[in-house]
Design a protein around this ligand. Structure first.
Ligand code: HEC
Length: 133
């Protein structure tokens, strides 16, 4: 009887402690970074908030860079020190929304969120044809 109780207890303990380790699948954490640090200004798709929507940005980045790593490196550099001359968007985007403020996230977080942004590319996304993309 005592042995039975102990194994039930251990099983319960394993179930409780193992649960949270599997709660966040790969990729979700990078989306959480967007939710926390970017979604205040960037919507995923039109209508825009106070910045161009993510699907338009990633389309411009896929046009500007053939290689994921090159696109991610450029985004990280831009987010640390935004510079209109380095922008991969149409010039009208900056006149409409202003330049993005510098981000103070760690390099690791910036790389993760930039990778997530690159991977959010949707070839079927049609921009509304104004500077919001
Ligand atoms: C306070 C508002 C604000 C926040 C917060 C913000 N952005 Fe931006 N972002 C902008 C604006 C405005 C632009 C358009 C002008 C520009 O390109 O600088 C922009 C442009 C961009 C661009 C395109 C840069 C280019 O080539 O011109 C990327 C990539 C980007 N944001 C990613 C992010 C990510 C990822 C986050 C979160 C970590 C984020 N932004 C948070 C306002 C914001």
């Amino acid at each position: 009887m005592i042995r039975f109780n102990r194994s039930v207890f251990i099983l319960l303990l394993l179930t409780l402690t193992a649960g949270p380790l599997h709660a966040v699948p790969d990729g979700t954490q990078d989306k959480l970074l967007y939710d926390k640090h970017c979604s205040i200004c960037h919507s995923m798709s039109p209508p825009p908030k106070s910045a161009p929507p993510i699907l338009g940005i990633t389309r411009h980045y896929h046009q500007a860079f053939a290689d994921r790593n090159d696109g991610v490196v450029h985004m990280v550099k831009f987010m640390k020190k935004p510079d209109a001359k380095q922008s991969k968007l149409e010039a009208a985007a900056i006149s409409r929304f202003g330049l993005m403020p510098a981000m103070t996230l760690s390099d690791k977080e910036l790389e993760a969120v930039a990778g997530w942004l690159w991977d959010s590319y949707d070839p079927n996304f049609k921009s509304p044809g104004n500077c919001a993309d």
